[in-house]
Design a binder for this molecule. Structure first.
Ligand code: FAD
Length: 527
């Protein structure tokens, strides 16, 4: 279904049928499962209570990585799976998943000796069948990253991982799934699970949560999947199962490139507790994180960084890049997400396993835990359990995770006078048909401020990407709210003119949307 004018109304009408699978949750886990269902020819519908990717899947560190730290925790299988997925996604998700060079400075006082990290890198490279890491002495490290002026620097390493735009990855998976029989609705909250007389889950009651319509439906399906991430225990409670997750908050700071001019990512051990932290150039800005603190059972939709987390992060940056003299005034935005982690009662939150789980409880299939990087494995495992419920279904676990571009795609986009890197970027973010349509009229092909985005992307997203509220557009489709000071306030006049034209919002609606975006940004994205 195309997400153009009137799509929500017709999507609500289409719900009145018996579905094979209902997927609850429109983060990476739900999106990956929907994609597999669509490929298997199943009639599947996905409900997301807020916007697609508005949960943890737009608030990650955006790394597609094996996770070197899991090696330290002896979670070798998690690392091996994730490294394999990284290599797969680099090939399949060209333009959306990109290789990223990392420096690892060994510092005086590190809790883990440099040689242990070096040994981990050997294993890491072997897992990917490559040999790409190198070790450097102190002078070389300073040459590679002049910002590393800390007197604690001893030597270091270079290695490679990968990076993406998490929200765009979710969106691309969902977009490419709904071109067939599958359906996906944002702002559609599942309030209640429907059960048979025998107590097995057989459907849901879903309600429009956009505040713009008054729709509610009972929707039946042969299988109901709970892919609600950190919120999964809430639905599990409706079938009488005790909580098993430990929601852990992680927060990031965002800086402009002027204040942290990095061409490579840097990861180091936090001087206070030895946890690995990451400084990552991303979309024309630099993000730095993360923390790992218990959120408790108050799992709010828009978590925010605490003063203690911000202090913890800033202290380590001052230690590693002392001459930059960074202060909280340099932080242009923050963002926090909640990890769905299975609770094993460890005293140190960072020591909890990042493996995914599938629980089949009274017909409710919960798929949670894991990582952004391993969504394809989670989806495949989920489909294996779906098969047990539905009987034989033909599904190829190795189907491409996103639609491939035609060979001439990059040439076609070059006609819009884009550089090869820009063409590839648009293809990766939008897929070929959308990338072609957004460049074909050759309007708005100017860059927005310091970001890599074209104004044409913002127009295209407003018109065709299921935007319901302004924050959908500015925090997840085109991420100005994270990348520009004051949530992109300086750009608001032009944003307003595009949005009012494409979404048909009158002045009153615009003012309400702008007010609520500003309120949200101040509450959850500002330091
Ligand atoms: C700070 C941080 C950094 C991270 N960095 C990385 C990284 O760099 N690389 C990596 O691989 N992984 C990373 N992760 C892990 C990764 O982000 C998560 O594992 C992943 O995003 C979880 O996706 P999900 O779809 O399971 O959950 P979510 O993305 O949270 O999606 C669940 C969705 O369910 C919806 N929902 C809840 N209740 C209902 C309901 N009743 N009805 C309908 N919908 C509902 C929510 O609104 C939400 O959108 C990070 C996590 C955090 C917190």
């Amino acid at each position: 279904m195309e997400w153009t004018h009137g799509w929500r109304e017709s999507a609500w009408k289409d719900l009145d049928q018996k579905w094979d699978v209902i997927v609850i949750g429109g983060g990476i886990t739900g999106a990956g499962i929907l994609r597999q269902c669509a490929h298997a020819g199943l009639k599947a519908v996905l409900f997301e209570a807020d916007d697609f990717a508005s949960g943890t899947s737009s608030r990650s560190s955006k790394l597609v990585h094996g996770g070197l730290r899991y090696l330290k925790n002896a979670q070798v299988r998690v690392t091996l799976e994730a490294v394999t997925e990284r290599e797969y996604l680099l090939k399949q998700g060209r333009g959306l998943v990109n290789r990223l060079s990392f420096l690892y400075p060994c510092l005086e006082g590190d809790t883990m000796p440099g040689w242990v990290f070096g040994a981990g890198l050997i294993l890491y490279d072997l897992m990917a069948h490559q040999w790409s890491h190198r070790s450097y002495d102190m002078e070389d490290m300073r040459e590679l990253c002049p910002l590393l002026t800390t007197p604690a620097l001893k030597r270091g390493f270079r290695f490679f991982d990968a990076q993406t735009d998490d929200a765009r990855l979710v969106l691309r998976l969902i977009r490419e799934s709904v071109s067939g029989e599958a359906l996906a609705l944002n702002y559609a909250r599942v309030n209640t699970l429907l059960k048979t007389n025998a107590g097995r889950v057989c459907g849901v009651v879903v309600r429009d949560s956009s505040n713009l319509a008054d729709e509610e439906r009972e929707v039946q399906a042969r299988v109901v999947i709970n892919a609600t991430g950190a919120w999964a225990d809430q639905l599990r409670g409706q079938v009488g199962f005790a909580p098993r997750l430990r929601p852990l908050r992680g927060s990031h700071l965002v800086f402009s490139c002027n204040r942290l001019p990095l061409t490579r990512a840097v990861t180091f051990q936090h001087p206070k507790d030895g946890r690995p932290v990451f400084v990552l150039p991303w979309e024309g800005a630099v993000i730095f994180g993360t923390t790992d603190v218990d959120q408790g059972q108050n799992i709010i939709t828009d978590p925010s960084i605490s003063e203690a987390e911000a202090g913890y992060l800033l202290d380590s940056l001052k230690f590693v890049f002392p001459k930059q003299e960074l202060t909280s005034a340099d932080v242009i935005a923050t963002f926090s997400g909640i990890r769905p982690v299975v609770d094993t009662g460890k005293s140190n939150p960072s020591a909890e396993s990042r493996e995914h789980v599938i629980w089949d409880e009274s017909g409710l299939l919960t798929v949670s835990g894991g990582k952004l990087t391993t969504f394809r494995i989670m989806a495949r495992d989920a489909l294996k359990v779906v098969r047990k419920h539905l009987g034989p279904i033909t599904f190829d676990p190795d189907i491409p995770v996103v639609d491939a571009f035609p060979v001439e795609a990059e040439e076609i986009l070059a006609e819009a006078h884009l550089t090869p890197a820009q063409s590839l970027r648009l293809l990766g973010r939008y897929g070929f048909p959308s990338a072609r349509s957004l460049t074909s009229e050759n309007v708005d092909m100017e860059i927005i401020s310091t970001t890599p985005y074209f104004w044409a992307e913002l127009r295209h997203a407003a018109l065709t990407e299921g935007v319901v509220h302004l924050d959908d557009l500015l925090l997840r489709r085109i991420r100005l709210g994270l990348l520009l000071p004051n949530g992109g306030q300086d750009q608001m006049p032009r944003i307003r003119s595009i949005v009012q034209t494409e979404l048909g919002w009158d002045d009153k609606r615009w003012q309400e949307e702008e007010r609520s975006y500003r309120e949200l940004w101040n509450r959850a994205y500002r330091l």
